[in-house]
Design a binder for this molecule. Structure first.
Ligand SMILES: [Zn+2]
Ligand SMILES: [Zn+2]
Length: 271
């Protein structure tokens, strides 16, 4: 069994066509105990998902799935907040208006550029990465959210342009982000989407998970960032073994924005 997949999109995100029901079915077939849906809530006007999210309709879909799958799947209500430090009032508003189990804090934009567009990487690698981590420190300092998503997602396309990056080169900037998370009780997500790209790594890189442990970080989650049915559960064994190697033996299970520990199972040779 896979204890959780906490980063699943549905057709309430502009970049996903799959229904919540089909994603639930895929999770059950994959042997996942607990899923968390977290569609994009993006307020950056240039973002393709800008103002796309329909919270009331989403909640109705979630309640239907909770009823349909009540015997086979625990379904958590999450939301992926884009650059929450820049839109604090609106983010607070959506957080308080619905009974979320958790919110992901995500940074896809740095200033007027997105790290999913090649033009972000016109700068030298060192500048592109450092700028990202410095802005991320602002986000984790000022925004209200529960789980930091894909800490070094900048590498997903950075890899295609510059080749591999060495987290050690940015250790002090990354440790700043991690220590603030640890202090504020923000969980760190291990996101497996970059495993599906040429870079073939989880985000963040495994050494960063060890640093989080050293900085006093306690809570971690895993997520496939699935936008397609076939990606539900993808790479989560790898995510769990990276966490175990870094010294974590529990995942955080969130309910009503409060984490509680859930053991990470040992490697299952039957999978
Ligand atoms: Zn994201
Ligand atoms: Zn996502």
């Amino acid at each position: 069994m896979i204890p959780q997949d906490y980063h699943i999109h549905t057709n309430y995100s502009c970049d996903c066509k799959a229904t919540m029901k089909d994603m639930c079915q895929a999770a059950i077939e994959f042997g996942i105990e607990e899923v968390g849906f977290c569609d994009h809530y993006d307020l950056m006007p240039e973002d393709p998902c800008y103002a796309f999210f329909q919270a009331d309709a989403w909640w109705q879909a979630l309640q239907r799935c909770r009823k349909d799958f009540q015997d086979s799947l625990t379904i958590r209500a999450g939301i992926e907040l884009g650059e929450p430090h820049l839109f604090q009032d609106d983010m607070q508003e959506i957080l308080k208006n619905y009974p979320w189990d958790y919110s992901l804090g995500s940074m896809h934009w740095v200033g007027s550029k997105t790290v999913f567009d090649p033009s972000y990487f016109n700068a030298p690698a060192e500048v592109a990465y450092r700028t990202y981590f410095l802005e991320l420190a602002k986000m984790v300092t000022h925004a209200n959210f529960d789980i930091l998503a894909h800490l070094d997602v900048v590498k997903r396309y950075g890899f295609d342009i510059y080749g591999a990056y060495d987290p050690l080169q940015f250790e002090s900037e990354i440790r700043d982000v991690l220590s603030i998370c640890a202090e504020r009780g923000i969980a760190l997500e291990v996101n497996t989407a970059p495993l599906r790209r040429p870079i073939k790594q989880v985000a963040p890189s495994p050494v960063i998970l060890s640093w989080f442990q050293e900085e006093g970080g306690r809570w971690v989650t895993i997520g496939s960032d699935a936008h397609l049915i076939e990606h539900v559960g993808f790479g989560l064994e790898t995510a769990m073994s990276s966490l175990r190697s870094a010294g974590f033996d529990h995942l955080a299970s969130f309910e009503s924005r409060r984490p509680r520990p859930m053991p990470i199972p040992q490697d299952d040779i039957n999978r």
